[in-house]
Design a protein. Structure first.
Length: 95
């Protein structure tokens, strides 16, 4: 999986060059984009993720760090079927 922020691929020409090299292109490095890239990688593809921001995480990167998920960690599975470990029952955005 390839991720690059501003400085490489931050122009339309740069993004087009990245896309031409990829077997699959994922637009956006928010939760959905990261899950899509993980699924593509698990299927044997080499995804390139294009993100307009300096950070990954989509909206989660912009919320207060103490904001918590409504469901417990055991229900918020990551693409590899693991769950985020932490000190409380519910994960926070800051984690």
């Amino acid at each position: 999986m390839t991720t690059r922020g501003k400085g490489y691929g931050d122009t339309l020409d740069g993004q087009a060059a990245l896309a031409e090299e990829a077997s699959i292109v994922v637009v956006g490095a928010g939760p959905g984009g990261l899950c899509a890239a993980a699924a593509a990688r698990a299927a044997g593809m080499a995804p390139v993720i294009l993100e307009r921001s300096f950070q990954v995480g989509g909206l989660w990167a912009q919320v207060p760090g103490d904001l918590r998920c409504l469901s417990s960690r055991h229900r918020d599975l990551l693409p590899d079927q693991s769950y985020p470990r932490g000190p409380t029952e519910r994960a926070s955005a800051g984690e």
